[in-house]
Design a protein around this ligand. Structure first.
Ligand SMILES: Nc1ncnc2c1ncn2[C@@H]1O[C@H](COP(=O)(O)OP(=O)(O)OP(=O)(O)O)[C@@H](O)[C@H]1O
Ligand SMILES: [Mg+2]
Length: 479
């Protein structure tokens, strides 16, 4: 990497010394030119002695073809901005604080006061962070967001050589952005670390290619030189697994407490409702069909029956009865669900199709409950799909994980991002006549079978619910 230095003072001389002294591993930095107004500036003098190109006007540097990086060491922000404006696009520019940071890092390698043993240990520690043992993305970043060093893990991920990454902006390399990270989902901890001079942490949320959320803990640890923060070590760690486990636990806790409440309420409501229903029916018996009150009584009956249906569903959801399991073939079960929902699909002019695997192993399940879960998903899918759309139910066995995967996909309207966390909550509904209990009940059923249910959705394109059930052989005679 060929470097041109603007500002040929002591900092420049120190840099020349550092590069001379130090044996670099992957980048081979070489200072090829120095610019300074003062003919007697220490760095310029040394450069001249070494036979390097020297000039009093840094504008002479911009036409040269042998420069990869311009280092501005005068500390003058206007000069730095001017360099950024005038330099060729392929040439990178870094400012004076980086030289300070380079020195800081080089101390790890070169501190004269360290014993050989200490030196080896410190060097090993630096290598551990930057290169080998860490499965996290690590960067050393200057206050202007430029990368000073980067570890192998991140380089592999972004497909760059170390030399290509150094000098570029961290957000450009790690996030493919052209401005620093910002916003609720990707806040940048660097300004806070610089301001407070303390470590600063945030969480970044990204979407993978299947629109699944990925969570990263992003931390910045300030690096000091003479009491001044001259850069940060930025570490980013994928914490998606931990976040998902936490989410599942919170969801379970929420559903369990709502379940207890619902069971109590439903139980108490059931008795008065039976009384209302019988009384209305008795009154209707005494009323003529032609009497206008007959129709009103009919409305009371219908609405009370609707309440009763809700209460039954609530009890279904709340009752944590142990499933009574027997051996079944999931392909047969999926076919039964399709038969049972075909009419509804036809009514909405939605095609319903299956994709089944042959020779599925048998699985121990509570057939009625799993069927109820699949029908809930299929009805939701049909409801969310415009006429002419398609709903597909599929089932397969994944031998590597010993799990069955059942998916219910639709080409419907999709679920808005802000609803994703709520759809499994009891009573969450966006439909006119829904109770919002379907998915809550489905979630409970799958959980009782030791399985999981996930959802992926793209607005306007469709939704896929995936149920994963562990191979439960129970008392099935496999021989
Ligand atoms: N396939 C889907 N596509 C789009 N949105 C969906 C889909 N499945 C569920 N939802 C959303 O989740 C909400 C909750 O679903 P859930 O099955 O729990 O209740 P519901 O269908 O509204 O009422 P119920 O099932 O009790 O009649 C729905 O109202 C809808 O907003
Ligand atoms: Mg539903």
């Amino acid at each position: 990497m060929n470097i041109a230095v603007v500002g040929g003072g002591t900092r420049c001389r120190n840099l020349l010394d550092l590069i001379e002294r130090h044996s670099f591993q992957e980048i081979f930095p070489k200072v090829v030119a120095v610019a300074d107004k003062r003919d007697n500036a220490a760095g310029l003098v040394k450069a001249r002695k070494k036979g390097l190109f020297v000039t009093n006007d840094y504008n002479d540097l911009f036409d040269r073809d042998d420069i990869d990086l311009i280092m501005e060491l005068t500390g003058n922000q206007d000069i730095y901005n001017d360099i950024c404006d005038k330099k060729k696009k392929t040439v990178r520019a870094v400012d004076h604080r980086i030289a300070l940071l380079l020195r800081e890092i080089s101390v790890v390698y070169d501190d004269q006061n360290l014993t050989q043993q200490e030196l080896r240990e410190t060097r090993a520690r630096y290598d551990v962070i930057m290169n080998v043992a860490i499965n996290e993305d690590v960067m050393v970043i200057a206050p202007d967001y430029r990368i000073l060093d980067v570890n192998e893990t991140l380089l592999k991920k972004v497909g760059l050589e170390r030399e290509e990454a150094i000098g570029r902006y961290c957000y450009e390399v790690s996030h493919h952005r052209n401005a620093p990270c910002s916003g609720e989902r990707q806040p940048c901890p660097l300004p806070e670390a610089l301001k407070s001079q303390k470590p600063s942490q945030t969480t970044h949320i990204h979407l993978d290619k299947d629109n699944r959320e990925l969570f990263y803990a992003v931390s910045c640890y300030p690096l000091f030189e003479n009491g001044e923060v001259i850069g940060v070590v930025g570490i980013s760690r994928n914490i998606t697994k931990d976040v998902n486990i936490q989410k599942v636990m919170m969801q379970q806790e929420k559903l369990a407490s709502i379940g207890r409440l619902a069971a109590g309420v439903a139980h108490e409501i059931n008795n008065p409702m039976t009384t209302i229903l019988t009384s209305v029916m008795l009154m209707q018996e005494d009323t003529d069909h032609g009497d206008p009150r007959y129709q009103e009584l009919q409305t009371i009956t219908d609405e009370t029956l609707r309440c009763s249906k809700i209460v039954t569903s609530l009890l279904d959801f709340a009752r944590q009865m142990k499933p009574s399991k027997t051996a079944h073939n999931l392909s047969d079960l999926v076919m039964e669900c399709i038969v049972l929902t075909r009419k509804q699909a036809a009514f909405n002019n939605v095609a319903i199709e299956e994709s089944l695997s042959e020779d599925l192993p048998l699985i121990n399940i509570d057939k009625d409950k799993i069927e109820q879960a699949l029908i809930n998903l299929a009805l939701n899918a049909i409801e969310a799909t415009d006429p002419g759309g398609k709903v597909t139910l599929s089932v397969k066995f994944v031998p590597e994980t010993e799990t069955f995967e059942i998916t219910v996909s639709d080409s419907g309207r999709g679920i808005p991002y802000e609803d994703m966390d709520k759809i499994f909550d009891p009573f969450f509904t966006t439909t006119k006549n829904g109770t919002g209990l379907g998915l809550a009940i489905t979630h409970g059923i799958i959980e009782q079978h030791g399985g999981t249910i996930d959802v992926q959705s793209k607005l306007g394109q469709g939704t896929t619910f995936t149920i994963r059930l562990p191979l439960d052989l129970g008392d099935i005679d496999v021989h």
